[in-house]
Design a protein around this ligand. Structure first.
Ligand SMILES: *[C@@H]1O[C@H](CO)[C@@H](O)[C@H](O)[C@H]1NC(C)=O
Ligand SMILES: *[C@@H]1O[C@H](CO)[C@@H](O)[C@H](O)[C@H]1NC(C)=O
Length: 208
């Protein structure tokens, strides 16, 4: 994960083609009382690049992860989820939300973002997002409902802060022991429309 963070500091400027589509935030539905109904934030204070839900008080630079869709929400074609910069850092370059299996677990992908998807390796996939209503899906291989679901996994930072981050997983014999060792809840990951403009100085990076 560190390598992805490192990329944030070594980026060349390029134009972002954000013609159609609206902006959204990631939002958990169900799961548990900490995460249900909460929007997901980034955390620039620690070396994690997964959006997640944590407890207040929030670091003012931990903005809601804002997403621009390259098409309309209702389109049945594959979608890409573009990163909308809300901080001075990351800069306004094309970044993508995708799924990473860099940690090497069978059929288990962490939600992350990358500014250099072509260098993120085979374990980073980002071109096959789909939506079912407002619910996010991803086609890893075959059909999007091919046994995969969202889970919110509890992580504890070095400072002792709890965060819940999304993984797209399919239970298999090969990952059974891994999942048994995780603390997680089954949830849905939804896109909620952003109504306010980006404002990096406002709480969560959005003026509402
Ligand atoms: C959005 O991106 C996906 C993946 O690259 C692509 O298949 C699709 O055609 C794009 N949609 C539009 C409207 O550009
Ligand atoms: C980010 O990490 C810091 C340090 O662990 C913590 O104090 C803060 O609450 C975290 N914020 C979020 C949104 O995870």
């Amino acid at each position: 994960m560190k390598s992805i963070l490192f990329l944030l500091s070594s980026i060349s400027l390029a134009a972002s083609a954000c013609a159609q589509g609206k902006d959204y935030f990631f939002h958990y539905v169900a799961g548990n009382s900490v995460i249900n109904g909460q929007r997901l934030r980034g955390n620039f204070s620690i070396p994690y690049v997964s959006p997640g839900v944590s407890h207040a008080p929030y670091n003012p630079s931990d903005h809601f992860n804002r997403i621009h869709l390259n098409t309309s929400l209702t389109s049945t074609a594959p979608k890409v989820l573009l990163v909308v910069p809300t901080n001075p850092h990351p800069p306004p370059v094309p970044g993508y939300y995708g799924l990473s299996n860099a940690e090497g677990f069978d059929s288990a992908y962490r939600l992350v973002y990358s500014y250099r998807p072509e260098e993120a390796g085979n374990g980073f996939v980002y071109r096959n997002w789909r939506t079912n209503g407002n619910f996010l899906r991803f086609d890893i291989g075959g059909a999007s409902d091919d046994g995969y679901r969202w889970i919110a996994v509890r992580e504890v930072t070095q400072a002792g802060n709890e965060r819940w981050v999304p993984w797209w997983v399919k239970p298999t014999v090969a990952n059974f022991a891994t999942l048994e060792g995780w603390e997680y809840d089954i949830a849905e990951l939804e896109l909620v429309e952003a109504t306010g403009p980006v404002n990096s100085l406002a709480p969560g990076g959005v003026q509402e």
